[in-house]
Design a protein around this ligand. Structure first.
Ligand code: GDP
Ligand code: IMO
Ligand code: MG
Length: 428
């Protein structure tokens, strides 16, 4: 006790990095279990701002053991770039452990990500272009390269040959690109092997022993429920399991070790990339929300699509993940609105849906049925207890809590580490 899972409720960028960081001094281990450097977590500590992509946010806390689990896809260039950048800022990154079973993103995955997106034209997903989808495709197709393969050159060469065999036909004949040489990939991967070696471990065993010893382990999800490959808005999703079940498969601990499931949810909604988004705003209110919330991607810098809070999505995420606690972030951004619209259900071609429709076309056609809550104008960024919030803000939070069916345990009122109201402790 306890294993704590952190997952995004909406389409990412809810503030998961900050939530992990918040638990930092009470945590012994932080495990990233899915995704790769498609994630972008901004964490603000004092006057310092950190942008993390591949590394788990726990790496910023001195007492924490950060782990990259087997469910992650690792771009080695990015790994060492991020480690060096943190070391240059005086952080000790030597405790990082990486699963021997994690898969590796290579140059051909990055290339394929970009060319397939171009080929999709209007149907493109708007990926981050980091090679995530092609690397997971190879994993499922059983032609992936794993971290442990770097320590046996023969095996590595055979595997890269196997992977490139088909891909070079595809690259040259379909996508009109140059073929990629086996040596080029093998040499590149081998150039990281000795630096990587001390970090590689049987992380599933380490975590299991840690849980047995009573350590606090945080499983930090990247992306979010609506981007999950099974439960999200497929095909406009990422290629990994971003929901709580992924914490078990992506780290190698049994599901019965996951004691708390914490869903991170923004007080409004954002999305980067294509796909349905019922509450999306296209007017000046959307512009206002985007600039006030500084909604520009941490990874690609793209302006995020913005919209109002969508209660059926939180209910859905609560059910899919088994969420026990919600962290409601960015409540401060809504300050200054006369009234705050919240989506309580959907209208799909004249029919009311109280829950997220299972049929993709229905969700694409869904328009929000809105309820309006009174806004507030007081600055709430200094509030540290629920009672210090204006009554309208309290009512807004209580209404969201009631609609989602799960308690809102923490409320974010600013980007800084301490800008939170804790109503219920996340670590018992
Ligand atoms: P993640 O991908 O879920 O970790 O989230 P991102 O880091 O991509 O985006 C969340 C952004 O919101 C970051 O810039 C955080 O510093 C910021 N943030 C987190 N919580 C709050 C909050 O309660 N209020 C405000 N104003 N900003 C917050
Ligand atoms: P964090 O962890 C927001 C989106 C991309 C695209 C889709 C697929 O910061 O919340 P991919 O490169 O994964 O194949 O892209 O998923 N996406 C994210 N959107 N936050 C993220 O991570 C995301 N990771 C992927 O924009 O629509
Ligand atoms: Mg992000």
């Amino acid at each position: 006790m306890p294993g704590i899972v952190i997952v995004g409720v909406q389409w990412g960028d809810e503030g998961k990095g900050k939530a992990t960081d918040l638990l930092g001094d009470r945590t012994d281990w932080v495990v990233k279990f899915n995704g790769g450097n498609n994630a972008g977590h901004t964490v603000v500590i004092g006057d310092e701002k950190y942008a993390l992509h591949l590394l788990p946010s726990g790496i910023l806390s001195p007492g924490v053991n950060p782990v990259i689990g087997n469910g992650v896809v690792v771009d080695l260039e990015v790994l060492f770039y991020e480690l060096e950048a943190l070391a240059a800022r005086g952080l000790d990154t030597s405790r990082l452990r990486i699963s021997a079973n994690a898969h590796i993103i290579t140059q051909y995955h990055r290339t394929l990500d970009k060319v397939t997106e171009r080929f999709l034209g209007k149907r493109q997903i708007g990926t981050t272009g980091r090679g995530i989808g092609p690397a997971y495709a190879d994993k499922i197709n059983r032609v992936g390269i794993r971290v442990q393969d770097l320590f046996d050159e023969n095996i590595l060469r055979q595997k890269v040959e196997g992977a490139l065999d088909q891909k070079n036909h595809l690259l040259v004949k379909v996508f009109n690109r140059r073929a990629i040489a086996v040596d080029e990939i093998v040499d590149d991967l081998l150039s990281y092997a000795e630096r990587l070696r001390p970090m590689v471990a049987d992380t599933a065993l380490l975590l299991s022993e840690a849980l047995d010893a009573g350590d606090v382990v945080v499983f930090e999800g990247g992306q979010a429920t609506m981007l999950d490959v099974d439960h999200g808005t497929y095909p406009f999703v990422t290629s990994s399991s971003a929901t709580a079940g992924g914490a078990a498969t992506g780290s190698g601990v049994g599901p019965n070790r996951l004691d708390r499931i914490v869903g991170i949810v923004k007080a409004y909604t954002t999305r980067v990339g294509s796909g349905p988004f019922p509450t999306e705003l296209f007017d000046e209110q959307g512009e206002w929300l985007r600039s006030r919330g500084f909604e520009f991607g941490t990874t690609t810098g793209r302006p995020r699509r913005v919209g109002w809070y969508d209660a059926p999505i939180t209910r859905y995420a609560t059910r899919i993940n088994g969420i026990t606690d919600l962290v409601l972030t960015k409540l401060d951004i809504l300050t200054g609105l006369d009234e705050i619209p919240v989506c309580v259900a959907y209208d799909v071609d004249g029919e009311r849906f109280d829950e997220v429709p299972v049929n993709q076309s229905d969700f694409h056609h869904a328009t929000p049925i809105l309820e309006y809550f009174p806004g507030w104008s007081e600055d709430i960024s200094g509030a540290r207890t629920f009672d210090e919030l204006p009554l309208e803000a309290q009512d807004y939070v209580l209404a969201l809590e009631q609609m989602s069916g799960t308690r809102i345990s923490v409320i974010g009122v600013g980007p800084a580490r301490d800008a939170v109201i804790v109503r219920h402790d996340l670590v018992d």
